[in-house]
Design a protein around this ligand. Structure first.
Ligand SMILES: [Zn+2]
Length: 219
């Protein structure tokens, strides 16, 4: 609430092109209007459901995601939520339960709230307004990866994930879709999917605002 007020009071410029006015100018908003499409990483980490996104993680999408996540520019939650909603809609399911990937404890401590959760709620409202059934269930919780990793998923063990997820017991009504702001290798989302399967819930897709185009050597 306070951050939203500060957004309104401080003179704004576009977070991408610095045009004075709104925090995202109308020209840059157009760049976020892409259609949702499949963006599976290569290679696909074990257990990652089909991935959907609307934009490559560069240009406007990158500027907007970073300003929202790192600088807490709350007026960007709506355009990002709308972008996430279209990625979710591209999965083809009419009744969805969105499960946000929790922000890391460190970044949450800085910002005081969970930015992906905000996007998920915004996206669910947009999808509901568009006639779908959509809800948000923040059932995942981050746990520090222990030395004994026998309980962790493949993704958490074979990548540099310093943490893993646990899910609280939950019985979904609708297609379960994991959501995050950006997908890169897919390791974090695959770990989220593993944690859901551990409580007997099978996520059918993952949806993000943007997808990093991996270059050779980044896998
Ligand atoms: Zn702009």
């Amino acid at each position: 609430m306070l951050l939203e007020l500060i957004d309104l009071l401080v003179p704004q410029e576009c977070v991408h092109c610095a045009r004075p006015g709104r925090s995202l100018c109308s020209a840059c908003t157009q760049e976020l209007n892409g259609r949702g499409h499949r963006v599976d990483p290569n290679p696909v980490p074990p257990g990652l459901p089909p991935a959907f996104s609307i934009s490559e993680y560069s240009g406007v999408a990158r500027s907007v995601v970073l300003a929202h996540k790192e600088r807490g520019v709350r007026s960007l939650t709506r355009p990002l939520g709308w972008a996430l909603a279209r990625a979710v809609a591209a999965t083809g399911y009419g009744s969805v339960m969105l499960v946000p990937i929790p922000s890391s404890r460190q970044s949450r401590a800085i910002r005081g709230e969970d930015t992906v959760g905000l996007l998920a709620h915004c996206a669910a409202r947009d999808l509901t307004a568009a006639g779908m059934r959509a809800d948000v269930q923040p059932v995942l919780r981050q746990v520090r990866a222990r030395l004994d990793q026998s309980g962790l998923g493949q993704a958490a063990r074979t990548t540099n994930l310093a943490y893993a997820f646990v899910a609280r017991p939950w019985r979904p009504s609708g297609a379960v879709i994991l959501v995050d702001d950006v997908i890169t290798t897919g390791a974090t989302l695959a770990e989220g999917a593993r944690a859901l399967r551990a409580i007997g819930v099978r996520p059918v897709a993952v949806a993000t605002v943007a997808a990093t185009a991996l270059k050779k050597g980044e896998h």
